[in-house]
Design a protein around this ligand. Structure first.
Ligand code: FRU
Length: 451
């Protein structure tokens, strides 16, 4: 697909037309990443929820497929997840290949398609012809409370069972287990104050040491996550609820990818760039850049860090290095004329200084006085490290600036309005001074070029 629209993100997946929200059913199967998503094919606003579908062999270059799930007599198709049923526990396998199973929510929202119907969890599977077939025995989870929705299912090897984390209502979640994806039993209920919708549950090593792995209960809003332990039935929180994303940033409903091969070993997450639309475009919404998650021991304790997936190397086109130099107010900006870039810089601010990274008509500012990073009204705390420096990495797209602060402990994806008169990258100090220890700029190629 070669898109020519002036407001089309060039480094991020968006649907050809219509509305897109949560990533659903993220699963790697037969060498392809399958991305499903909440989708209204009939308009640019939320409604008539279907599961759209796209595939990629590198998490970057996507090919949109036929819609996978259409609304039916049980309601519209709300969020959920996907797994490969390697051992055919469900008995839904046809032919020789273990099936991809979608676990979705049939929803009772207020649209005419579903009004008055209960929220339930259902299965669909891919048959030998590659079609998405809804399971005859649906629903597999009945209406429980409020609007139980957004099931995220994982295989728990120690107990050799499926585990589902499910949103209930308010800030309440539940954990369910199943031997076969069909019969489910609740084993635990959890409250995540202030959180709602789209949970996730996964394990991450601490500082790369898998003998020190922790479980993470993910709770969607502001990238909320709770570290803890999990025995296959009950999640026990340790410490407080933490956040990766500041208020107002464009990230919501994150989900991790299922069935990434053990030899790869990554936990990869994709999120929805919450509430983003531009006039005159045939689509609304896009997905953030896929990120690899890790847990690191920071000054404050164990924290989650995000980094753009290494596949970004595939779209890098040349590198420019802007070596060590002093920067002070009034100096000429360091300028780099390009639209799509990956910028990594290491900054040693003098007290009270402000560094600006300006691109495509928007700016990110690091204020050393308050130790905050901002982009317009979006403000996040980012502490100067003990060695007196700050690290910033920004993926610059036509319609977003996605910043990773201090090795990704802060993740700040911000949508920006397309600006045809963009002037490329400009880095300068607009208060005080400091030392730029290094700055690398990689120009990036559009993900739509090769299709
Ligand atoms: C989150 C959400 C989910 C729901 C879906 C509906 O953005 O509200 O809770 O399943 O979107 O589109």
């Amino acid at each position: 697909m070669l898109y020519k629209e002036s407001g089309r993100p060039q480094l991020h997946f968006s649907a050809r037309r219509g509305w897109l929200n949560d990533p659903n059913g993220l699963v790697y199967a037969d060498g392809l990443y399958h991305l499903f998503y909440q989708h209204n094919p009939y308009g640019r606003d939320w409604g008539n929820m279907h599961w759209g579908h796209a595939v990629s062999d590198d998490l970057l270059h996507w090919t949109e497929q036929e819609i996978a799930l259409y609304p039916d007599e049980m309601g519209t198709m709300f969020s959920g997840s996907a797994v490969i049923d390697w051992h055919n526990t469900s008995g839904l396998q046809e032919g020789n290949e273990p099936p991809i199973i979608l676990i979705y929510t049939a929803a009772g929202d207020s649209s005419p398609l579903s009004e008055g119907k209960p929220y339930t969890q259902c299965l669909a599977y891919r048959n030998a012809q590659g079609e998405w077939i809804k399971h005859e025995g649906n629903p597999v989870v009945p209406h429980i409370a409020g609007s139980n929705r957004d099931p995220k299912v994982i295989w728990h090897e120690p107990t050799r069972r499926w585990v589902m984390v499910l949103y209930m209502e308010g800030s309440d979640y539940a954990i369910l287990v199943s031997p076969d994806l069909i019969q489910w039993r609740i084993t635990c209920r959890l409250t995540m104050p202030g959180m709602d919708e789209c949970p996730d549950l996964f394990q991450l090593p601490v500082d790369g040491d898998s003998t020190q792995a922790k479980w993470v209960f993910w709770a969607c809003k502001k990238g909320g996550y709770q570290l803890g332990s999990f025995d296959g039935e009950v999640f026990i929180p340790e410490g407080e609820l933490l956040f990766t994303v500041p208020d107002g940033a464009n990230s919501y409903a994150a989900q991790t990818w299922s069935d990434i091969p053990a030899s790869d070993g990554r936990v990869i997450q994709t999120t929805w760039a919450y509430k983003t639309s531009w006039p005159d475009m045939p689509f609304t919404g896009y997905m953030t850049f896929p990120c690899e998650l890790s847990l690191v021991t920071a000054e404050e304790g164990i924290r989650m860090a995000l980094a753009p997936v290494r596949e970004i190397e595939l779209i890098k086109r040349g590198q420019s290095s802007y070596g060590r130099r002093q920067l002070a107010t009034g100096d000429d900006p360091i300028a780099h004329a390009a639209e799509l870039m990956d910028v990594q810089l290491h900054w040693k601010p003098e007290p009270g200084s402000k560094l600006a990274i300006e691109a495509n008509g928007a700016a990110i500012v690091y204020d050393a006085a308050t130790e905050q990073l901002s982009c317009g009204p979006i403000i996040a705390s980012l502490r100067v490290k003990p060695d007196g420096t700050v690290k910033l990495r920004t993926i610059i797209d036509r319609t977003s600036l996605e910043t990773f602060g201090n090795e990704g402990i802060l993740y700040m994806p911000v949508s920006i309005a397309p600006n045809p008169n963009h002037s490329g990258l400009r880095v300068y100090v607009n208060e005080g001074a400091g030392e730029l220890l290094s700055m690398e700029v990689h120009e990036l190629e559009s993900i739509w070029n090769q299709q």
